[in-house]
Structure formats: C-alpha cells, structure tokens
Design a protein around this ligand. Structure first.
Ligand code: 13P
Ligand code: SF4
Length: 325
C-alpha cells in the first residue's frame, strides 16, 4: 500500500492538482494525510469563503456533500469535485425542503435561518444560512420583532438562543449522530477526574447544554469552558497555557489542535466520535479524483440561484476564521 505520509505522495497530489488547475480544500475532520496535502484546511465557513473566491477552475472538496454543494452554489461556473459523492451528513438529512415549506406555512413572515449542514434544496427555502462560527452573529442581525425558524440542529439552536436571549426563535429538533453521541454523562465523569483541564466543546454536541450547566453551577469554572466552532478551537489551542484540554467534537479535529500547540495535551471526551461520512474521503480516492475528474457535484440551476442569496448572506457575516494553508 502506498505511503501517504511521505513527501513523494504529497508532491504527486499537488502536481496532479496543478495539471487540473484545481484547489484542494479540506475540512478539519478529514484524515491527517488529506489535511496535510490540501491547499486550505478549515471550518465550513472559511472553506465556503475560499470556494467563493477561488482562482482555479476546479475545486476539489474533501469534506461532506453539502459542503461541496455550497461551493458549487457560490462558484457556479467552476467544476466542483468530491472524492466520494456518497459522503453525506446525518444532520443535513434531518430536514427536507418539503418539511421546511410546511414549517414556514405554520409561521408566515418568520425569517428562516438554516445551518450550512443542509441540502441545496433546503438552502433554497432559507433566508440566511449560518455556520457554527457565525450563528450567534446571524441571529443577532435579525430585527428583534421578527420570528425566527432555526434548523436543523437543536443543540446549536439552544446555544444560540442562550447567548442571544431570543424568545421568538423556534428550533427544529434535528441532530448530528456523532455530536449527539458526546453526552453530558461522559463529560461530567471526565471533568471529575480532570479538574484542571479546559473544555473545548462544539455547539452541535449533546453535552454543550450540560457543559453550560456545569459551568453555571460552578462544577467546572466558566472561564475554562469554551463553546467553539472547529476553527475557533484552533485559535483557542494556540493561546491556551493549560496542561490538558478535553475536546468534544469529531476526532479529526485533534490533528490541527496538536499541530497548533505541542505543549498541551488534547484529549477527546469521546474517542469514538468519528464521522463515517468524513472518513469516506480517503487519500486513494483523492488521487483518483485528481486523475479522473470524478465525482462531479451538480446543483440544478434554479435551486442554486434560489439558494445563493442565503449562502452569500452567511459568508458576509462574522469575522473570517483562520485556515491552514
Ligand atoms: P464547522 O462549521 O465548525 O466546521 O462544523 C461543521 C460540521 O459539520 C460539524 O460537524
Ligand atoms: Fe454531519 Fe455530524 Fe458528520 Fe458533521 S460530524 S458532517 S454534522 S454527520
């Protein structure tokens, strides 16, 4: 089997990308070999921004399908490729465009805020998309008298509601199976054995609510409990002086955290929090994509046109998050 960690493979991949005039984007949850060979690594917001301004004619998206669709919506004239089009997302599957249309009909005049983890058809029914790193800013930008429909993630929704104190916000009860599997009981147990550790928690986690409760009740010091998007975690990793950080998100994140700070120990709260969809993108499939130009990501023109405004509003809000290059 080929060694994907040696420089020769990386050189070959970059040469294939040049031949195809392609930029390789990788999400923070990709396997380390892919993160290390990509031109840019980041969270969904940062990668959307890069996709929107890419100079190359082809974008190779190493992430899940909704992320590649978002790149296509933003750069419709470019070819967007994903190494395996079957790389889905259980959160994006939590709401369909028909379900959203029904929900809107029950709340006429409400502003629809959809997490970027949604299909293009759902985005086409959305007023403004958000990611975990700008969800609070997006909701805060909506006039206070407007009702909000927030979908599809219940834990991110609860986090945003807590921070904005927004009462007229309805939240869809969807969840990501990976993040929902990181629960409050595990968190409480680990915090008990590691009283000095900091906590980095993705707002999609089932334990996010529990972490806020533990912080407000003094079980863990509030200043050591941080609810962060994936790129927010990297920024915090660079700054921390803690000996240990307990991390609640998909385990692919640990690669960038450990690169960002070699002095701190980053320990997953649940080592089994692995997204099988993210891991469908392998180094072999990336190489195959660059050689043969598949799988092509297509979004019907009318859906892309309807979805574009909600995605463009999303990338205009919030401070640009960092990416590894
Ligand atoms: P980020 O927006 O933090 O990159 O998260 C995306 C995601 O799919 C989380 O599971
Ligand atoms: Fe979707 Fe969850 Fe995987 Fe993120 S970790 S891509 S939300 S299934």
């Amino acid at each position: 089997m080929a060694d994907h960690t040696d420089g020769a493979w990386a050189k070959k991949i970059r040469a294939l990308a040049d031949q195809r005039d392609a930029v390789i984007l990788a999400h923070n949850y990709q396997v380390p070999e892919i993160q290390d060979v990509a031109h840019h690594v980041g969270d969904s917001l940062a990668l959307s921004r890069i996709a929107a301004s890419a100079k190359q004619s082809t974008i190779v998206f190493c992430g899940v399908h909704f992320m590649a669709e978002t790149a296509k919506i933003l750069s419709y004239d470019k070819t967007v490729l994903i190494p395996d089009e079957r790389a889905g997302c259980s959160l994006a599957d939590a709401i369909t465009a028909d379900q959203l249309r029904d929900w809107k009909a029950q709340h006429p005049g409400a502003v629809v805020v959809s997490y970027v983890n949604t299909t293009a058809a759902v985005k086409a029914e959305t007023d403004i998309c958000c990611t975990s790193s700008n969800a609070v800013d997006v909701v805060a930008s909506i006039p206070i008298d407007k009702e909000i429909l927030f979908c599809p993630d219940q834990f991110l929704g609860a986090h945003v509601q807590r921070l904005t104190q927004r009462e007229n916000m309805h939240i869809w009860m969807g969840e990501c199976h990976v993040h929902a599997g990181i629960n409050g009981a595990e968190l409480k147990e680990l915090v008990g054995t590691e009283p000095d550790a900091e906590l980095f928690i993705h707002p999609e986690c089932g334990c996010a609510t529990s972490a806020m409760y533990l912080a407000s009740s003094g079980v863990v010091p509030a200043e050591r409990t941080k609810i962060l998007s994936t790129s927010g975690m990297i920024d915090a990793a660079q700054k921390t002086t803690a000996r240990k950080v307990l991390v609640a998100t998909e385990t692919g994140m640990l690669h960038q955290l450990r690169k960002a700070n070699a002095l701190t120990i980053f320990q997953p709260i649940n080592p089994a929090a692995i997204c099988k969809y993210m891991k469908m993108i392998t180094p072999e499939k990336l190489e195959h994509t660059l050689m043969h130009g598949n799988d092509v990501v297509d979004v019907p023109q009318d859906i892309a046109d309807q979805a574009r405004l909600s995605v463009e509003r999303m990338i205009a809000i919030g401070t640009p998050s960092r990416t590894g290059e």
